[in-house]
Design a protein around this ligand. Structure first.
Ligand code: ACO
Length: 253
């Protein structure tokens, strides 16, 4: 966890993940993604809300740029060494890294990214992996990967398209431009924009609102909402009925 620059705390039903390498703007390494995956694997069942935040002025400046150097990140290699390995083992490493992001969508939890300052590349994708984004007014999202010759591969492309639409996602990614707070709010990337000093309080308020609903109903509703786009109206209506029958049974049976 320390090697990955990640702190993790659980307080009752609330878990908080803090990227904690502010002197390097919370740059992420494979160790960071392993730590995130491990948190997902061992998350206590009682947790209902997961807050992801970054220490210091930036949420995260993305992948550790040492990966682009010949020396790489000590103990974790470099893109140069990955290029020499067989494709299958690097794809395996990517799958492991993605596991650190994927679990944040689980129906049993709601994940909130509290984002201030820079959220670049992997930082942007970590914010996208969360269900909700509450942002400070100095936020700047940037999908820098294409500018560096890479693709966004940390599970960020699907939520980006779902949130802002294909045209806007193409615009944001293929120009690697910065999206500031006002645009983030307008295009649906952010649920709320607050002054930097109010980010913690605004996040706490959202956590309280989320915890005020019934745990099992919340999980079932999230399941329904997540499945909605992939189903026809008829299929979705049937899914609602099945979930509701289970709720009624649990509440009154
Ligand atoms: N990897 C490693 N170290 C980093 C990174 C990074 N991604 N970002 C910042 N740092 C380090 C800097 O090297 C510097 O270290 P030093 O004090 O030892 O010199 C320290 O963090 C502070 O960085 P500054 O640039 O001085 O901070 P500032 O607040 O002025 O700027 C910013 C922040 C805009 C984030 C800038 O650091 C930056 O552009 N970083 C690189 C962003 C990037 O290209 N990320 C890769 C995206 S692609 C992907 O994630 C797959």
């Amino acid at each position: 966890m320390a090697e990955g620059g990640v702190r993790f705390e659980v307080d009752g039903e609330i878990a908080t993940i803090t990227l904690d390498r502010p002197e390097k703007r919370n740059a992420q390494t494979f160790a960071t993604w392993s730590a995130l995956a491990r948190i997902g694997e061992t998350l206590p069942e009682r947790v209902r809300v997961v807050v992801v935040k970054g220490e210091g002025p930036s949420f995260s400046a993305g992948i550790d740029l040492r990966m682009f150097t010949a020396e790489g990140v000590p103990g974790q290699g470099s893109f140069g060494s990955a290029a020499k390995s067989d494709g299958a083992s690097f794809e395996q490493s990517i799958r492991r890294a993605q596991a650190g992001f994927l679990w944040l969508r689980r129906p049993e939890i709601v994940s909130i990214a509290a984002v201030q300052g820079h959220a670049i590349g992997a930082g942007f994708q970590l914010a996208l992996a969360c269900d909700l984004r509450i942002v400070a007014d100095d936020v700047s999202f940037c999908m820098k990967e294409p500018a560096l010759g890479l693709v966004p591969d940390l599970t960020g492309t699907k939520p980006l398209v779902e949130l802002v639409g294909l045209a806007k996602a193409i615009d944001i990614c293929l120009t690697a431009r910065t999206v500031h707070a006002d645009e983030a709010m307008r295009i649906g990337l952010a649920e709320r924009v607050v002054a930097g000093g109010d980010l913690e309080q605004a996040t706490r308020e959202k956590v309280e609102q989320l915890l005020s609903t019934n745990r099992d109903a919340a999980a079932a509703t999230k399941r329904l909402l997540q499945g909605a786009q992939g189903r026809t109206l008829e299929e979705q209506s049937r899914a609602e009925g099945i979930e509701q029958a289970a709720r009624i049974k649990a509440l009154f049976g």
